[in-house]
Design a protein around this ligand. Structure first.
Ligand code: NAD
Length: 311
């Protein structure tokens, strides 16, 4: 089996590194957090003292970092200077398309094959090895990366050239943010018009208003399959991460000259929700801001202006 460096062992990377180790790879892990390293060691990974040591003499490097600036820094100062040129470089973080293309270009110039491979699926999918990977890079890079990605996911799809994985990820999540916001609005209006929510679900989930946000992730508790709405909007996909992805989509739209008014509206709504203390709640909790029943958690330091006074 191969020797794999894994950098970034947080909520997502911790489970992913554990699955690579479970598949029989020798995983050499590095993170700035000691707790994260201790958890990785408990899941069968070897621990490196620094990133340079982690990437020396490996067959693959996998990174799962918070944002583009972390990815650029780790590749420019650690990976590209210390990993063997024969190693396939795989960045699974969700980052802006421009940084992904720039870093992949620099890696190629330095003689490496690198792919962007962001994921769909949250912490439970990372732990369960059921992520979906959307991969940007050359056909050869995709085939080499697939060996490692299949140990961490249920689907690995080649989206296109460098940056195409990130493009697919943010376009998908822009669509998700906008359909969730529209689904929340429709349920609130239905209720105000005197419609029973279950009846509205029964009708709309089989009519032209149907979407994943309604049929698989309904924001109304007790309606449809079990979702975070049935658990007080805990767990699931945090509103802060939806906001991050919508911001990346809006940045990319501006750079590409694409008109995305629905994505822009969704970004504004999620920004307001996060500003009102909703960052850690599942993104479907937006319905509580739309129906004006949102109360920020007691430990939230964020002042909550009345929703009805929104601009
Ligand atoms: P996280 O903050 O839990 O983990 C990031 C880890 O990177 C931390 O442990 C941090 O210490 C480490 N790190 C930061 N800079 C570093 C450096 N220079 N060297 C080594 N380690 C460093 O974040 P997460 O929730 O695991 O998300 C990781 C990525 O996955 C993000 O890009 C996020 O947008 C994406 N993502 C997250 C989810 C989710 O549900 N959490 C779902 C899909 C995609």
């Amino acid at each position: 089996m191969a020797r794999v460096a894994f950098i970034g062992l947080g909520n997502m990377g911790g489970g992913m590194a554990a699955n690579l180790a479970k598949a029989g790879h020798h995983v050499v892990a590095f993170d700035l957090s000691k707790d994260a390293l201790d958890r990785a060691a408990a899941h069968g990974c070897s621990i490196a003292d620094h990133a340079e040591a982690a990437v020396a003499d490996v067959d693959a490097v996998v990174t799962m970092l918070p944002a583009g600036k972390h990815v650029a820094e780790v590749y420019r100062t650690n990976v590209l200077l210390n990993a063997p040129k024969s190693a396939i470089l795989i960045d699974c973080s969700t980052i802006d398309v421009a940084t992904a293309k720039a870093v992949e270009g620099e890696a190629g110039f330095a003689g490496f094959n690198m792919v962007d491979a962001p994921v769909s699926g949250g912490i439970a999918a990372a732990e369960g090895g059921t992520l979906t990977f959307m991969v940007g890079g050359s056909a050869e890079g995709f085939e080499r990366a697939r060996l490692y990605l299949e140990a961490m996911g249920k689907a690995v799809i080649h989206a296109g050239g460098a940056g195409a994985g990130q493009a697919a990820k943010i376009c998908n999540n822009m669509l998700l943010g906008a359909t969730m916001a529209a689904t929340c609005e429709a349920f609130v209006l239905a209720r105000k018009l005197g419609l029973d929510e279950q009846k509205f679900f029964d009708i709309s989930s089989k009519a032209s208003g149907q979407s994943w946000s309604m049929t698989s992730y309904c924001p109304v508790p007790g309606v449809g399959p079990e979702t975070p709405a049935d658990r007080g909007y805990e767990g699931g996909f945090a509103a802060a991460l939806m906001l991050k992805d919508l911001k990346l989509a809006m940045e990319a739209a501006e750079a590409a000259g694409a008109y995305t008014p629905m994505g822009g509206e969704a970004e504004e709504l999620y920004q307001r929700f996060v500003d009102r203390g909703g960052a850690a709640k599942d993104f479907s909790c937006l319905i509580k801001m739309i129906d004006d029943s949102w109360a920020a958690p007691a430990d939230s330091n964020t002042p909550v202006p009345p929703v009805t006074a929104l601009d």
